[in-house]
Design a protein around this ligand. Structure first.
Ligand SMILES: C[S@@+](CC[C@H](N)C(=O)[O-])C[C@H]1O[C@@H](n2cnc3c(N)ncnc32)[C@H](O)[C@@H]1O
Length: 254
């Protein structure tokens, strides 16, 4: 018999799913994307179950020593662990990664700790996004520096906008992995996506954060709108690896 607690959990989960689907449709998703969302929403449960012990162990042994004012990343650890395993990234020699939006370095720290053969370029203005308290940002940058101190030889810091970074970076510098987590205004997400895709090697992986995030009143301004337009634009040139709170694609051709 279904207990009262599991019935109320089920009801809550259905309500969340309906609310997310409405959000996606308002952001121009179309039906195909909604079906993918429903598929991955279920799949993520088994991924979370499988990687729960490894996530707990990582938090207990590594993250406890970091200087952090908040945490936007631990919830994604099971998916990233699954992703790294699925594409065998741990054993990949000379893996080059780019992160747009590093904040206090938590996602960068996980990346460098978990992929010992990788190098990472971290791009951030350290001036905050629309949703951040600008006053606190110099302390945020200080924490980033302190948190990544043990990885000096493998991390390159670029202080400036992602737009400036892509203008300045050598044209032949390409990446195996790109994480887009900078400005969440749809225009900026679109620019990062287009520039990121051009800088991604065939077979490379690109991750968008905060896909289901409705900070801006106009649905067109939220990241989901840019992600939907971008996926449409690049149709046939990528494999959709995952789509839930983050969207993950693997580039298959230019
Ligand atoms: C959500 S935080 C990144 C969180 C980080 N990836 C993590 O998981 O710990 C977003 C960051 O993007 C930066 N940012 C905002 N607009 C930017 C832009 N146009 N170019 C580069 N970075 C930007 C902000 O300063 C902020 O540190």
């Amino acid at each position: 018999m279904v207990s009262k607690v599991s019935f109320s959990r089920l009801r809550q989960s259905i309500a969340e799913e309906i609310s997310d689907i409405k959000f996606l449709l308002r952001s121009g998703s179309g039906l195909q994307i909604v079906l993918k969302y429903m598929k991955f929403r279920r799949k993520r449960r088994s991924i979370e179950r499988k990687y729960k012990p490894a996530t707990k162990a990582f938090v207990a042994s590594e993250i406890k020593d970091l200087q952090l004012s908040n945490d936007w990343f631990v919830g994604h650890l099971p998916i990233w662990m699954w992703l790294f395993e699925r594409f065998d990234l741990r054993s990949r020699a000379g893996l080059k990664a780019l992160e747009i939006g590093s904040w206090e370095g938590m996602s960068a720290f996980f990346f460098l700790k978990t992929l010992p053969n990788a190098t990472l370029t971290c791009v951030d203005t350290w001036a905050g996004s629309d949703e951040h308290d600008k006053e606190a940002m110099s302390a945020v940058e200080g924490r980033f520096n302190a948190n990544l101190v043990g990885h000096d030889g493998r991390v390159t810091k670029f202080k400036g906008t992602s737009y400036a970074y892509f203008m300045e970076k050598p044209k032949d510098l390409t990446f195996d992995f790109i994480y887009i987590d900078g400005s969440h205004l749809a225009d900026d997400v679109m620019i990062d996506a287009v520039n990121g895709f051009a800088a991604l090697k065939p077979g490379g992986i690109m991750v968008f954060d905060d896909y289901i995030w409705g900070y801006y009143v106009d649905a067109n301004d939220n990241p989901a709108n840019a992600v939907h337009r971008f996926l449409e634009m690049k149709r046939g040139k990528f494999e959709l690896v995952y789509l839930f709170q983050q969207v993950i694609i693997r580039k298959t051709s230019r």
